[in-house]
Design a protein around this ligand. Structure first.
Ligand code: 5GP
Ligand code: ZN
Length: 116
């Protein structure tokens, strides 16, 4: 999608600190990290948000693979012993600000609950 910042990161048009990449997904460090480890995981295909993945064809496989990819990244970044959080913000109430579906992988500190 032409004006999507995360599509541009996936294609390499915009620089990001890439952690891991497959043909289907890219993991890269968040520009404004909210934890010692804050990595974003995106599908390389433009999908607006979680609700669109859920509605679309093949959503179960897409989401399953994306979550497993996030877990692999967490392992590779050494987060397994301490644990981590994976979240996806959807729409205005979810606090989404970039409308290309993504997972946040957060770790390296104790997370609070409930989130703000
Ligand atoms: P959302 O608020 O949509 O759940 O999350 C969007 C995230 O993308 C935010 O944590 C924000 O810091 C991050 N972000 C926005 N623009 C860029 C960018 O150009 N590069 C990187 N690496 N992260 C970005
Ligand atoms: Zn996009």
């Amino acid at each position: 999608m032409a004006d999507c910042i995360f599509c541009k990161i996936a294609s390499g048009e915009i620089q990001a600190k890439i952690v891991k990449r497959t043909p289907e997904a890219v993991a890269f460090h968040d520009l404004l990290p909210q934890a010692p480890v804050h990595v974003l995981i995106i599908p390389t295909t433009h999908l607006l948000a979680m609700r669109d993945v859920a509605r679309g064809p093949g959503g179960d496989a897409t989401l399953g693979r994306l979550m497993l990819f996030a877990a692999e990244v967490a392992t590779e970044l050494g987060l397994d012993p301490g644990g981590y959080r994976i979240v996806t913000n959807t729409g205005a109430d979810g606090g989404q600000s970039v409308f290309h579906m993504h997972l946040h992988l957060l770790g390296g500190r104790r997370m609070g609950w409930p989130p703000g």
